[in-house]
Design a protein around this ligand. Structure first.
Ligand SMILES: [Zn+2]
Ligand SMILES: [Zn+2]
Length: 268
């Protein structure tokens, strides 16, 4: 399987939309891996994870076509993950299509948001239930309950195909004991995990910083949630965290964690 990280930034991207902090200024100057659009990913060219406001630019950059998606999997309803207005461009009059060529999966709040915006559209919407796997073609997708906000069941996603597994965990926080127990012994082959707050932890428990990200990864390794040779890659970085990509390399690589970047492909 291949997971392509289309975006690896937190809600306001890097450089942050209205920020002028050192990380944003450095990114403007240097470009390359320091530039981060809003977090999203694509698995095997077919399963699209989240639809942030930067989706069109990400597709142009990587020469991708949204018609190749068989499903859009939403992690939660925050607007950096669900830019609901972007869905309108899939159908008539913007295209000749009268039906969306893919199925949409998400929690109850995600599906309600989409349904309220497009009440008359012929959409195939499937509600994710935490810890309940669903089949999509030869993929198996299992939503894992995140610890992000109390208002909705935010999900991290295990995607399996042909004996391999990827865990995509953005907007994660430190999992509850039931989520850790669910992940224990799963031996996933790749983990994409948030590191939103960088070197500046805050009181908000719904995101990870460098230190808690390392702790979570170490716990997952200890509990057999990761295969011994699993790739571990970060995403959802905020400029306010004070961590440039080059700083993250220094801080994380020695723990077997690779800082992710926009356009990165992980093949397992
Ligand atoms: Zn987010
Ligand atoms: Zn969020």
């Amino acid at each position: 399987m291949t997971i392509r990280l289309l975006g690896t930034g937190a809600a306001d991207g890097i450089p942050g939309f209205y920020t002028a902090n050192p990380v944003s200024r450095f990114a403007l100057e240097v470009g390359g891996k320091e530039i981060r659009t809003r977090a999203a990913a694509l698995i095997d060219g077919s399963l699209k994870i989240d639809l942030p406001p930067d989706t069109l630019a990400q597709m142009h950059r990587d020469r991708l076509n949204a018609r190749d998606w068989s499903a859009i999997l939403f992690t939660h309803s925050h607007e950096d993950h669900l830019a609901v207005s972007e869905l309108q461009y899939a159908l008539y009059p913007f295209t000749e299509l009268e039906e969306l060529p893919c199925t949409i999966y998400g929690n109850a709040v995600v599906l309600r948001t989409i349904r309220e915006r497009y009440p008359d559209w012929p959409l195939e919407l499937v509600e994710f239930q935490s810890f309940q796997p669903v089949a999509r073609g030869d993929f198996r997708i299992t939503p894992v309950e995140a610890n992000h906000v109390p208002e909705e069941h935010c999900h991290n996603l295990i995607v399996e195909r042909e004996g391999k597994a990827i865990l995509y965990a953005t907007d994660t926080g430190v999992w509850s004991s039931s989520s850790f127990a669910f992940l224990s012994g799963r031996r996933v082959d790749a983990l994409v995990i948030e590191c939103t707050e960088g070197f500046m932890p805050t009181d908000y428990a719904g995101h990870l910083d460098v230190e808690t990200c390392i702790q979570v990864v170490q716990r997952l390794r200890k509990e057999g949630a990761l295969a011994p040779d699993a790739r571990v890659v970060t995403t959802h970085h905020a400029s306010q965290g004070g961590a440039r990509h080059c700083d993250l390399e220094t801080a994380l690589t020695k723990f077997g964690i690779e800082p992710g970047y926009d356009g990165m492909e992980v093949v397992i």
